[in-house]
Write a protein that binds this ligand. Structure first.
Ligand code: FES
Ligand code: FES
Length: 181
């Protein structure tokens, strides 16, 4: 008689404990170790303003700030965010008042369907933090290298970021000169 080996039982599903700060609030979750930061934000915390356009680090729709730097949250494991401070698009507006960069996108028609917009705005905030309010059109365009807009509204996006940068510095100017279309 053939003695068939008993198949090994499937490995127990383990979870990891992740504690982080999201939009200023402390959060602790138990997640599968394979959970991505974007899944933690959208599926566990219901912060669905962070979008998933590709899941392959191409589109930038999932950009959030982690430790003040823009990251594509589809490329970060939730466990890697343990102890970090994360800001999503929901955390930008203060007490019902739009963040100056959000307001600049609204004023300058920096969005069409809006799908890419949260990632564009989070990237823009990071660009201003790194280059200051006087960032040039070229710096803006280079900084948007990892953010795709399928509506191809880049001209007004660049214009919005230039204006938003000035507004973040407390000015009301139109920011970097953006070439006419
Ligand atoms: S969903 Fe993260 S880069 Fe596209
Ligand atoms: S506004 Fe539609 S994808 Fe950018």
């Amino acid at each position: 008689m053939t003695n068939l080996a008993t198949p090994a039982s499937p490995p127990k599903s383990e979870t990891v404990h992740v504690s982080l700060t999201v939009n200023g609030k402390p959060v602790t979750v138990e997640v599968d170790p394979r959970t991505l930061l974007v899944q933690l934000l959208r599926d566990h915390l219901l912060l669905t303003g962070t979008h998933v356009g590709c899941d392959t680090s191409q589109c930038g729709a999932c950009v959030v700030l982690m430790g003040g730097d823009a990251v594509k949250s589809c490329t970060v494991l939730a466990a890697q965010a343990d102890g970090a401070s994360v800001t999503t698009i929901e955390g930008l507006a203060a007490g019902g008042t739009l963040h100056p960069m959000q307001e600049a996108f609204r004023e300058n028609h920096g969005l069409q369907c809006g799908f890419c917009t949260p990632g564009m705005i989070m990237t823009a905030v990071d660009l201003v933090a790194h280059h200051g309010p006087g960032l040039t059109e070229q710096q803006i365009r280079e900084g948007l290298d990892g953010n795709l807009c399928r509506c191809t509204g880049y001209h007004n996006i660049v214009k919005s970021i230039a204006a938003g940068a000035q507004a973040m510095a407390g000015g009301s100017g139109s920011g970097a000169k953006v070439a006419a279309e």
